[in-house]
Design a protein around this ligand. Structure first.
Ligand code: CA
Length: 421
């Protein structure tokens, strides 16, 4: 486990890239997230975000290839060594400055790509508040099913439709049926929603038939990005029984381009605990280390700007804000241990969606379905517009960051997408 902070987290550390030293910056030298961008020759290059710049790893002599999945699959000790080299080279006063300065690319000019080849994508359901809120919409008399507090619930999603921030998301067609209608119709989705999630990336895989125990689980995690699991609620309500979501989810998902590593998250760990009266995890999902610091404190925020707000020069409004420690019922290590307990093999670049991260409060919900109470309480906007679900032209943005006394704030950047008809 990457439990401890080291010289790369030193709050006094500053970079010769001046923009990385600005207070509140998402990408100070203590962060160093990985992403891929399009190089001048059209190929995909691996970069590390530093302030408003990207360090091209190949141009800086730090990577022999542009294969992010191979980089992610490195043993954790090698990953830490690479992080130390990058940190030392970008630190103020480094002898590398002259050699690395030409390897910088302005982030504003760079076209970002998906961080890696995503092999398989699994979406979990780790917020008990979201599970209860949504369960109440679909099953008023039985909101939380009895397996929830024992099993990290998830389903296998589809990787082909996952895109990177800045995407245009086409409103899907699908089958839906009004409760009082005799038959369903095929029509454009009328209840288009977002889901505020984190995407956890697998680094090292495991062999089929060889489960990953809790003690090793974090060795297999590479890092985290923001993840919007766009959802068609009317299609979902009709199709989800008995096998779960299908076309209501797989038309599009949007990732932020920068993967913040497990190493960078080290200062922002938190204890894992169960509310009083809830069952304790079964032994294969339990460990002293997980209880002590298996959770992560990441502040998450959702912003909306409608086409009219954009036309009138009105800034995006914050729809909700929460913290993962208030929302997640399971830790990332528990997701890895559970996913592999039957012998399922994970591969470098696999993606675990956290599930919608809704906190307990009304302003902490991670979807419009919850914020607007399934259309009964539309969300008012500064233009006088109201939203129960997303409309064409709406731009939805997820943001995330970590803050703690004694540590430098790091950000996850943003995952943004605009709905088109
Ligand atoms: Ca989801």
């Amino acid at each position: 486990m990457t439990l401890h902070t080291d010289a790369t987290h030193d709050p006094a550390l500053r970079s010769w890239v001046d923009s990385a030293n600005v207070a509140g910056c998402d990408f100070p030298i203590q962060n160093l997230p990985f992403g891929r961008f399009r190089a001048a020759d059209g190929g995909a290059r691996i970069g590390v975000a530093i302030g408003d710049q990207i360090l091209d790893l190949r141009a800086a002599g730090l990577a022999g290839s542009d294969d992010m999945n191979a980089l992610m699959a490195m043993p954790p000790a090698q990953r830490r060594a690479l992080r130390e080299r990058i940190s030392q080279g970008l630190a103020a006063g480094s002898a590398q400055q002259a050699a690395w300065a030409p390897a910088l690319v302005a982030r504003a000019q760079a076209e970002m790509l998906l961080p890696c080849r995503i092999g398989d994508y699994t979406d979990f359901y780790t917020s008990v508040h979201h599970a209860t809120n949504v369960g109440r919409q679909f099953r008023p008399d039985n909101p939380l099913l009895p397996n929830y507090k024992w099993v990290p619930i998830g389903y296998h999603g589809r990787a082909s439709s996952i895109g990177v921030s800045g995407a245009r998301v086409k409103r899907p067609m699908g089958q839906r049926k009004a409760p009082d209608a005799a038959a369903p119709v095929l029509a454009p989705c009328e209840r288009l929603d977002y889901e505020l999630e984190l995407g956890w990336f697998i680094g090292q895989g495991n062999a089929q038939g060889a489960p990953i125990a809790m003690g090793e689980a974090e060795q297999h995690l590479f890092g985290v990005a923001l993840f919007n699991d766009w959802s068609a609620r009317d299609i979902q309500g009709w199709e989800y029984q008995p096998l779960g979501p299908f076309l209501s989810k797989n038309f599009a998902s949007t990732l932020s381009p920068w993967v913040v590593t497990m190493e960078a998250l080290a200062p922002f760990r938190a204890p894992f605990a169960r509310p009083e009266g809830d069952p304790q995890p079964l032994p294969y999902l339990d460990s002293a280390e997980n209880r002590a610091h298996g959770a992560f404190s990441i502040t998450l925020e959702v912003l909306l700007q409608t086409a009219r707000m954009r036309a009138e020069g009105i800034a995006p409004v914050v729809l909700s804000r929460t913290d993962t420690t208030r929302a997640a019922y399971w830790t990332p290590a528990q997701l890895v241990a559970h996913h592999t307990v039957n012998g399922c093999n994970l591969q470098s670049g696999d993606l675990f969606g956290s599930g919608t991260l809704s906190g307990p409060g009304e302003t902490e919900a991670g979807s419009l379905l919850e914020l607007a109470a399934a259309g009964q309480r539309p969300v008012p906007l500064p233009t006088g517009e109201r939203r129960s679900f997303l409309e064409d032209g709406d731009t939805l943005t997820l943001r995330g960051w970590c803050e703690r006394a004694g540590a430098v704030r790091i950000g996850l950047g943003e995952a943004s997408g605009t709905v088109v008809g």
